[in-house]
Design a protein around this ligand. Structure first.
Ligand code: ADE
Ligand code: ZN
Length: 335
C-alpha cells in the first residue's frame, strides 16, 4: 500500500507556499537576510510547533514568513516545494500565496510574484509539473486592504488564476469579503475560500452564496448540516481537505476521527491536500499515508481522491482528460 500511495499520481489543490517553509530554509534565509528569529536551531523551531488551534499556528506561521525578503527567497521557497512534489509524484499543483503577509512588511508585490512564477516555470520545463497560482486575502485584515491587494494583482493577471480567503475564520465570516470577491470575479479571477475549518457550516453556505466560490477549502464541518451535505453532493462542490493539518490544529482529535473517507463514500468531491506541510508534519504522500493507516480505504478510494482533485482543478478539459487517463492507467497496471 505504501508503494501504491507513493507512486500514485497526485494533484494538490490546497497548499500555502509560505506553509512549505522548512525550518532549515528558514534558518538559511534568516542568515542570508540578517533577520532575527527567536530560535537557535531548526530543531528549536520544530519544537515550537505545538498548536492548540488555528490561531496558535497562524501566529508562528506569520512570524516565520518574516525571513522572506528577496525575489530569490520566494524562488527558493517555491522550488523546494516543487522538488517535494516531484518526490511525491504530484503532477499538478494549485498554490496559494498570501501577498499581504509580505506587502505589509514593505516587500513589493512584484518581488513575490516574480520569485514564485520563476520557480513554477522551471518546474513546468524541467520537472513536468503543471501549476496554477491563487492569491489569498487575509480575512483578519480589512475589506479595504483586500481591495488594495486586488488592485496590486491586476498587472499580473496572467500569472494568477483565482482569489482565495484564508487566516482566522473566527470573527471574519465570508460576507466581509463579498464585494472584493465580486470585483475579482469581474476581473476574470476564479474564486475559492477557506470555510468550515474551525468555523460553522453556515460559513460554507455563505462562501458559496455570497462569494460564489468554485471550491471550498477544508469544509469538514459541513457534516453539521445534513441539508448542506446533500447540496454539496448534488452540485459536486469540491472540498479541499487537509488531514494532517486538521489533526495538528485539533479540528479532529485523532486521524481515526477524521471524516474525509466517510465524505468520499457519501459521494462528495473531496480531495486530500497538505495545507502547510512544513508546519504539520507532511507533504502529499504523508497525508495519504496518514489517512490510509487510520481509516478503512481501498486503492480505488485513494485513487478517487486524485480523480476528484483533477475534476476540481482549474486546468483545461483536455488536461483533465489526460491526467484522468494517467491515473486510471496507473491503477489498472498496478497489480
Ligand atoms: N493560512 C495558512 N494555513 C491556513 C489554514 N489552515 N487556515 C486558514 N488560514 C491559513
Ligand atoms: Zn489552508
Amino acid at each position: 500500500m505504501l508503494r501504491f500511495i507513493n507512486d500514485l499520481p497526485k494533484v494538490e489543490l490546497h497548499l500555502h507556499i509560505e506553509g512549505s517553509l522548512e525550518p532549515e530554509l528558514m534558518f538559511e534565509l534568516a542568515k542570508r537576510n540578517h533577520v532575527d528569529i527567536p530560535f537557535n536551531s531548526p530543531d528549536e523551531v520544530k519544537a515550537a510547533y505545538q498548536f492548540t488551534n488555528l490561531q496558535s499556528f497562524l501566529d508562528i506561521y506569520y512570524q516565520g514568513a518574516n525571513v522572506l525578503i528577496t525575489e530569490e527567497d520566494f524562488f527558493d521557497l517555491t522550488w523546494a516545494y516543487l522538488l517535494r512534489c516531484q518526490k511525491d509524484n504530484v503532477i499538478h499543483t494549485e498554490i496559494f500565496f498570501d501577498p499581504q503577509t509580505h506587502t505589509g512588511r514593505g516587500i513589493a508585490f512584484e518581488t513575490i510574484i516574480k520569485g514564485i512564477t520563476k520557480a513554477l516555470t522551471k518546474a513546468r520545463e524541467e520537472l513536468g509539473i503543471s501549476s496554477q497560482l491563487i492569491m489569498c486575502f487575509l480575512r483578519h485584515l480589512s475589506e479595504e486592504q483586500a481591495i488594495e491587494t486586488l488592485k496590486q494583482a491586476l498587472p499580473y493577471k496572467k500569472d494568477i488564476i483565482g482569489v482565495g480567503l484564508d487566516s482566522s475564520e473566527d470573527g471574519h465570516p465570508p460576507e466581509k469579503f463579498a464585494r472584493v470577491f465580486d470585483m475579482a470575479k469581474q476581473e476574470g479571477f476564479l474564486a475559492v475560500a477557506h470555510a468550515g475549518e474551525e468555523g460553522p457550516a453556515q460559513n460554507i453556505i455563505d462562501a458559496i452564496n455570497m462569494l460564489h466560490v468554485q471550491r471550498i477549502d477544508h469544509g469538514v464541518r459541513c457534516v453539521e448540516d445534513p441539508e448542506l451535505v446533500k447540496n454539496l453532493i448534488e452540485n459536486r462542490m469540491p472540498l479541499t481537505v487537509c488531514p494532517l493539518s486538521n489533526t495538528k490544529l485539533k479540528v479532529f482529535k485523532e486521524m481515526k476521527d477524521h471524516n474525509v473517507v466517510s465524505l468520499l463514500k457519501q459521494g462528495l468531491c473531496v480531495t486530500i491536500n497538505s495545507d502547510d506541510p512544513a508546519y504539520f508534519g507532511g507533504y502529499m504522500t504523508d497525508n495519504f499515508v496518514a489517512v490510509a493507516e487510520a481509516l478503512p480505504t481501498t486503492k480505488e478510494d485513494l485513487a478517487q481522491f486524485t480523480l476528484n482533485a483533477i475534476e476540481a482543478s482549474f486546468i483545461s478539459d483536455t488536461e483533465k482528460k489526460r491526467m484522468t487517463k494517467q491515473v486510471l492507467d496507473f491503477v489498472a497496471n498496478y497489480a
